[in-house]
Structure formats: C-alpha cells, structure tokens
Design a protein around this ligand. Structure first.
Ligand SMILES: C[S@@+](CC[C@H](N)C(=O)[O-])C[C@H]1O[C@@H](n2cnc3c(N)ncnc32)[C@H](O)[C@@H]1O
Length: 224
C-alpha cells in the first residue's frame, strides 16, 4: 500500500483533505516545474527538438528560442488545439498528431514530460533511440508507482513538500483563473527499478534520478 493511499484511507482522509485544501489554494504545475531541468541540459546541436505528448504546448514555447525547428505531437485533438493557440506566432513550432513511429528522424532533442507511462515503455524507448541524431539527447520526466522502500520514502517526501513548494511558488491563494483544458492522464504501472532494467537493454547508460513532485527524470545521449 502506498503512502498516498494510507493518507486517504487509514488516516480517515483528514490528512489528505487538509493537504488537498492547501494544494488547491497554492497550486503548482508539477510538469512545468521540470522545464528548467530540460533547458539546462540542451544538446550542443540544436536543429530539431521534438516534444512527444506536448499537452498544452508550454514546453514547445519554452524550447522555441533555442532550436531552428520545434515539433510537438499529441494524440489528443484538444491538446493540439491548445498547443497551437499557445504557440501562435512562433514560426518555428509545428504540431501534429503523429504517433511515436511517425516522429521526424534526426532529432537533436526528444522530450517527454509525464508521457512515457502512457506508452509501452520498451517500445517507446527503442523508437526514441532510433529517431535521435548521433549526439542527440532524450530528456524525459516520468511517473512511476512506488515499489521499493526508497520509492516510498521519496513519495512521502513529495507528499510533505508538495504544499510547501506550492506556498513558495504561489504564495497568494489562487483566485478563479480561466479554466485550462484537462490533460489526459494515465495511471503509472511500471516501477523505477523496472524502467531501469528496460533502459539497461534499450538505452544503456541512461541516468535515472528521483525528484520531489512525484516525478523522476531519465536522461540519455545517443553515442556519436
Ligand atoms: C499527462 S499529459 C502531459 C502533457 C505535457 N507533456 C505536460 O508536460 O503537461 C500526457 C500527454 O501525452 C499524450 N499522449 C499519450 N499517448 C501519446 C502518444 N502515443 N503520442 C503522443 N501523445 C500521447 C496525451 O494526450 C497527453 O496530452
């Protein structure tokens, strides 16, 4: 049983309800919080960046100043429309509905934030590896269910720090903002340890690190 479920079910839901109240008053975007992690690891050659599962397009807009061409893909038509609106005026950004197999070849950067757990992980990593140019980089922010003691410890730390980070990032209680279209979500089922084993065979040398915010990162550069 994971720590989030314990808070929800065993502590009568009181802790979870209190956390939920604070989190709702001080919301923060757990995906956008990793944009600096990506922007500080860009590859040297910057002709083409691909963001697979681009959602509302915030990362596309953040990458646009750094690449000749930025290409976003999302299976969800509402997300594609939202991305197009978000990136209107950015002439080097294009967005379509290509599945992973349809990604352009020779990418210098492929990013995925909160997307890998929607996919068959081994298959997706193999496709990413093939679409990267030599020296190209894969920067991925993922979600995984807690399985080991270390996973549970990070989950607990994320749960405790979540409202604190919200208060620091968003000190004033949220007022009703223009509602954003909901991101399509999926429940992660593959543990970090298993992702590591898949990487050992598909992307040897990939670096996986746990972070606060219920996320981990995966970084890999295709050898020249
Ligand atoms: C949780 S959202 C994350 C969106 C965005 N990356 C972000 O940082 O907010 C996952 C996104 O992946 C998209 N997605 C799922 N499977 C996909 C696939 N096979 N190809 C492209 N997009 C996919 C979903 O439509 C959704 O927009």
């Amino acid at each position: 049983m994971d720590i989030r479920r314990i808070a929800r079910e065993r502590w009568g839901g009181r802790v979870a309800a209190a956390m939920h109240t604070v989190n709702a008053r001080h919301p923060w975007d757990h995906n956008a919080a990793f944009h600096p992690w990506i922007l500080t690891r860009l590859p040297r050659r910057r002709r083409l960046a691909v963001d697979a599962g681009c959602g509302r397009g915030d990362l596309l807009a953040a990458l646009a100043p750094f690449f000749e061409r930025v290409y976003g893909t999302d299976l969800d038509s509402t997300m594609r429309e939202t991305s197009r609106t978000r990136c209107a005026g950015l002439a080097n950004v294009s967005i379509d509905d290509a599945d992973l197999d349809g990604l352009p070849d020779g990418a210098d950067l492929i990013t995925m934030i909160a997307v890998l757990h929607h996919l068959d992980i081994a298959q997706a990593l193999a496709v990413v590896r093939e679409h990267l140019a030599p020296g190209g980089r894969f920067l991925c922010v993922g979600l995984a269910p807690p399985a080991s003691a270390a996973d549970h410890a990070w989950d607990l730390a994320s749960m405790i720090t979540n409202p604190l980070i919200g208060i620091v990032r968003h000190p004033w209680p949220a007022v009703e903002a223009t509602p954003q279209p909901e991101l399509p979500v999926a429940q992660p089922t593959v543990s970090i340890a298993e992702i590591g084993r898949i990487c050992d065979s598909v992307m040897p040398g990939a670096v996986i690190r746990r972070h606060l915010g219920f996320r981990h990162t995966l970084e890999w550069t295709r050898p020249d």
